[in-house]
Ligand binder design. Structure first.
Ligand SMILES: NC(=O)C1=CN([C@@H]2O[C@H](COP(=O)(O)OP(=O)(O)OC[C@H]3O[C@@H](n4cnc5c(N)ncnc54)[C@H](OP(=O)(O)O)[C@@H]3O)[C@@H](O)[C@H]2O)C=CC1
Ligand SMILES: Nc1c(N[C@@H]2O[C@H](COP(=O)(O)O)[C@@H](O)[C@H]2O)[nH]c(=O)[nH]c1=O
Length: 367
């Protein structure tokens, strides 16, 4: 049984892991704390970027830098230590070689190429225990765990609307519905995502930049524009150098006006870029989480494709009475077909409300 000190160390490891959310894909976020037999912290670390040292190795280095020997110590890790040699060596082996006597981890590694660390540790005589604070640790790694088991990124649809559910005014103007505080909060969502996606409608109406602003050290997500016929103008703000951008078109789009822009041609469905094809291609590029920023037509198409996994709505205390609804054309005709969600969070942000919700079907699956 894990001790209260180990549980406290796991909470710290989960917090450490969260610091790198949005920066590690295609890898998970992982945190690690090393304890001596009396429960004192010897070292701690987290995985900061794909290709760089894993959490366990950083914690071992931290202990060494602090002048602490780790032989006989306990490693508390948010994810089962990996068992494979990828860009870095296997962590299970590193822990064994360092003389770690006990490993307590939260979540088993579902990645078929990396799994098996617990068995390797146990075979080497290391006392190994999984499942400590598993739910909290899994929530911290939700997008990665989701994507690795399904082979597509997890999609969070974000929208801003008035209390009567309008996402733009009747004349098409929509800047700004929500407060500056809410819009700043959206930049945190962008920073946590690997890619931010909009359709050509939003592109032409808003000329959005879609980069993370105001968060120091944030890794910029890939900006993705779904533009079947490549109607984007070369001077669109989304093509500036603040972050990488991918313009996704149908197979026959004329892109001669976009020299130097990365274009991905995908098959169409009903004359528009295919969403399953898009998600598969993004996964292939290492994208594990997508922030879908609109607009209503594209959001409806994602919903119809069964590809809305999280919803974050910012509701402003304003009424419009006309103008597009937040979501259009999702192919839902009767109340029985409504996608039912569980609200998992409600927070006041300045004058607005932020709501987060998860489809009921996924909540059942994940419990
Ligand atoms: N309040 C908010 O949160 C937001 C509001 N808005 C507002 O919404 C309005 C724009 O809305 P909207 O036109 O819905 O914008 P979208 O960004 O949803 O763009 C829709 C267009 O995307 C293209 N597209 C490419 N592939 C697909 C696909 N598989 N499914 C659906 N569309 C696809 C289509 O054009 P094509 O095939 O020709 O490329 C389609 O017409 C603006 O007024 C904007 O200000 C926008 C975003 C957020
Ligand atoms: N109007 C509206 C939003 N609109 C979204 O923000 C995008 C603009 O991004 P950027 O150019 O980077 O600031 C825009 O295209 C649309 O996706 N978001 C909100 O949080 N609140 C708002 O009231």
């Amino acid at each position: 049984m894990a001790t209260a000190t180990e549980a406290e160390a796991m909470r710290r490891a989960i917090a450490l892991a969260a610091r790198a959310l949005g920066a590690t894909s295609p890898n998970p976020v992982v945190g690690c704390v090393l304890l001596d037999p009396a429960g004192r912290v010897l070292g701690e670390g987290f995985h900061q970027r794909a290709g760089q040292a894993h959490a366990e190795v950083n914690a071992l280095r931290d202990a060494a830098a602090r002048g602490h020997a780790v032989r006989g110590a306990t490693a508390v890790v948010t994810l089962e230590p990996c068992n494979h040699t990828g860009r870095t060596g296997p962590c299970a082996q590193a822990l064994i070689e360092a003389g770690i006597a006990r490993v307590v981890y939260a979540v088993a590694d579902p990645d078929p190429t990396a799994t098996g660390g617990a068995a390797t540790l146990a075979a080497a005589g290391v006392a190994t225990e999984g499942g400590l604070l598993a739910e909290e640790a899994a929530e911290g790694n939700a997008a990665w765990l989701f994507s690795v088991t399904r082979g597509r990124p997890q999609v969070r649809w974000k929208y801003a609307a008035t209390l009567d559910g309008r996402s733009a005014a009747a004349d098409g103007s929509s800047r700004w519905i929500t407060s500056a505080a809410s819009r700043a909060d959206v930049h945190r969502l962008r920073a946590e995502a690997d890619a931010v996606v909009v359709g050509s409608g939003t592109l032409h109406a808003d000329d959005p930049q879609l980069a993370v602003r105001g968060i120091e050290g944030a890794v910029q997500p890939l900006r993705v524009v779904l533009d079947t016929r490549a109607t984007i103008r070369p001077d669109a703000r989304v093509l500036d150098d603040a972050a990488p951008t991918l313009v996704v078109t149908g197979p026959d789009a004329d892109t001669r006006h976009l020299p130097g822009t990365e274009v991905l041609r995908l098959p169409t469905r009903d004359g528009r870029v295919g969403i399953p094809e898009l998600l598969a291609a993004l996964y292939e590029r290492g994208v594990r989480s997508v922030l879908l920023e609109g607009g209503p037509v594209l959001a409806g198409a994602f919903l119809a494709a069964g590809a809305v996994d999280r919803v974050t709505g910012y509701l402003a205390p304003a009424l419009l009475g006309a103008g597009p609804a937040a979501l259009a054309g999702a192919g839902i005709g009767s109340i029985g077909e409504a996608l039912r969600l569980d609200i998992t969070e409600v927070t006041r942000i300045g004058p607005d409300l932020r709501l987060t919700a998860i489809p009921k079907s996924q909540a059942i699956e994940e419990n």
